[in-house]
Design a protein around this ligand. Structure first.
Ligand code: MG
Length: 203
């Protein structure tokens, strides 16, 4: 399986990192070795001093497809979850300055914790889903899918023009504003509509 991540999909987050608001989805990938499941701990990597959390809703692809039309994209996922796009911001900033790829800052082991998935049909409107992150009991990020620049279906249609999607692939759909640094011993809890679906510690 592969993990596809959308960058700059919430206007306020693009602004907080001084990035332009994109006209097309921006995407990058993480390998399967980045996936962290079952609320296992995240081990702070020794090559960075500024690892940031980005809380994102995650789509789980349920059938193979390519060149998927936006109107049919909803048939390619049944479940959504919540995950953290961990980013070594110090390293990413260097890469961005030099125009180099981001993988070294985004794709490392454990950089994609993902919680339990829930059926998308439990939400009346996928364009109005609240989600949030608490660290050590304090709310750090709150988002709503209405603020996405590109919808879930637009993302699937766009990405599948370039890359075939396969059953089990995950798509991180971008973070709202409020990203920030984490540190060892932080306790992460992430929620969709008040239901806690992800809970892990940083070690
Ligand atoms: Mg992200």
């Amino acid at each position: 399986m592969k993990i596809i991540c959308i960058g700059r999909n919430y206007i306020e987050h693009a602004k907080e990192l001084n990035n332009p608001v994109p006209e097309k989805p921006v995407f990058f990938m993480k390998p399967d070795t980045a996936l962290l499941q079952k609320n296992n701990p995240f081990f702070y990597p020794n090559f960075s001093n500024d690892v940031h959390y980005e809380t994102e809703l995650v789509l789980k692809i349920n059938k193979n497809g390519k060149h998927i039309e936006e109107q049919f994209a909803h048939k390619y996922y049944d479940e959504i979850g919540i995950g953290i796009d961990f980013t070594a911001r110090d390293i990413q900033s260097e890469q961005k300055k030099k125009g180099l790829p981001w993988e070294i800052a985004k794709a490392f082991d454990g950089a994609a914790p993902v919680g339990q998935f829930v059926n998308k049909n439990q939400f009346t409107d996928l364009n109005n889903v609240n989600f949030s992150l608490r660290i050590n009991g304090e709310v750090r990020q709150e988002g709503n899918t209405r603020d996405m620049i590109f919808s879930f279906n637009q993302i699937i249609a766009y990405v599948s023009q370039f890359i075939s999607l396969k059953t089990g692939d995950l798509i991180f759909t971008g973070t709202p504003e409020g990203v920030g640094p984490t540190k060892i011993n932080d306790h992460f809890e992430a929620y969709i509509e008040g239901e806690k679906l992800l809970d892990f510690n940083v070690k």
